[in-house]
Design a protein around this ligand. Structure first.
Ligand SMILES: NC(=O)c1ccc[n+]([C@@H]2O[C@H](COP(=O)([O-])OP(=O)(O)OC[C@H]3O[C@@H](n4cnc5c(N)ncnc54)[C@H](OP(=O)(O)O)[C@@H]3O)[C@@H](O)[C@H]2O)c1
Length: 330
């Protein structure tokens, strides 16, 4: 692939929302590197997707220590791409990583201890070939570690200059409130919460969204397309080149029931009436709530990112459309 020059009008193609009560704005669409950026994936395809995203005004790229497979390889590949194409654009990018799931053997490679979190970010920075990340998350709550200890670790890493901001992921409302309070006392406010959220997974509507709003914490929702289900991919079956057909243990063939397929087709019809693809409608539906700062999408090819970004052209839903969607989801 030849040298890369970013599109000069990239920032006109995206909208940005302020993250909670912070000074940081995030693009409505952010790109996650959980799948398709690891050792077994095409480096050229990964590079093309990052370039495409940046050209469309996507400034936020989300990683974790364990993304691959091999665990760590998404950070290594992203580090290479940064070096190759984005050397002079680091200050235009928000790069996040996380620790909280199993990363290495023994008692210090999983969970929420200060030992694990501090060592893991050090390793991530080496793989990414960066001096600092913009956001460092505790990837999931750990009931084997006092929340104070995990939050002290995040605060320490900010004070050491290894992360600019900190976030929480997969924390339920009560756990999140405790962690946010500790961070507040330490003087390192929580920037953002990263929960799962989609038309098929609405748990955050009950309490979390309102709580984050009250706390001034932004929300970036992961798997807004329900790992690909809320797209045109599975309307007629399981494509051979899809995540479901591959070896991901997080999306299985049994997940695509006949009943779900009927719902997906009904949602697709509503999307068509709105002049959108199903993926675009699913993302717009997430973003209809201004308290959702950004949606964190995955992709397996450049054309999906191009398609998804067009969601921002129509974020408004009439009450009738919302009711129709709710009726399908019942
Ligand atoms: N904090 C956490 O615990 C956690 C957990 C999960 C994910 N995440 C973050 O969230 C990111 C997104 O997760 P996800 O990949 O599950 O998200 P997703 O956006 O729900 O699903 C992405 C998949 O949908 C399909 N797709 C995407 N755009 C499409 C389009 N426009 N048209 C048709 N199909 C489209 C692709 O499937 P195919 O690959 O089949 O083509 C793609 O791989 C991750 O990369 C990660 O950064 C965080």
């Amino acid at each position: 692939m030849t040298n890369y020059t970013p599109s000069p009008n990239r920032y006109e193609k995206m909208q940005y929302r302020r993250c909670g009560q912070s000074g940081i704005k995030l693009p409505l669409i952010s790109l996650g590197l959980w799948h398709n950026f690891g050792t077994n994936d095409s480096y050229d395809n990964a590079r093309e997707m990052i370039q495409t995203a940046f050209d469309l005004g996507i400034t936020h790229f989300d990683l974790a220590n364990n993304y691959g497979p091999m665990p760590g390889s998404a950070e290594i590949n992203f580090g290479k791409i940064l070096k190759q194409d984005f050397k002079s654009h680091r200050d235009e990018m928000i790069i996040s990583t996380k620790a909280g799931y199993h990363m290495w053997n023994g008692p210090y490679g999983d969970g929420g201890s200060k030992k694990y979190l501090v060592a893991s970010l050090e390793q991530s920075l080496k793989r990414l070939e960066l001096d600092y990340v913009d956001i460092f998350y505790h990837h999931r709550p750990d009931d084997g570690t006092p929340v104070e200890e995990s939050m002290h670790a995040l605060d320490l890493l900010v004070r050491q200059g290894k992360a600019l901001y900190v976030g929480l992921s997969n924390y339920k409302p009560t756990e999140a409130k405790l962690a946010i309070d500790v961070l507040h006392e330490l003087g390192t406010p929580c920037l953002i919460h990263q929960p799962s959220y989609s038309m098929l997974n609405r748990w955050i509507e009950e309490e979390l969204i309102a709580m984050m709003d009250k706390e001034g914490v932004g929300i970036i929702t992961f798997s807004p397309l329900q790992k690909g289900l809320l797209t045109n991919r599975y309307l007629k079956g399981i494509p051979a080149d899809s995540r479901m057909a591959g070896d991901s243990v997080f999306l299985n063939k049994e997940d695509l029931t006949k009943a779900l397929q009927v719902k997906l087709n009904a949602l697709d019809e509503i999307a068509t009436e709105r002049g959108q693809t199903l993926a675009q409608m699913a993302l717009a539906w997430n973003l209809r709530n201004p308290r959702v700062t950004s949606v964190l999408v995955g992709a397996s090819r450049k054309s999906q990112i191009e398609d998804s970004v067009k969601a921002i052209e129509n974020l408004e839903f009439t009450p009738q459309e919302l009711e129709k969607i709710n009726n399908v989801l019942l």
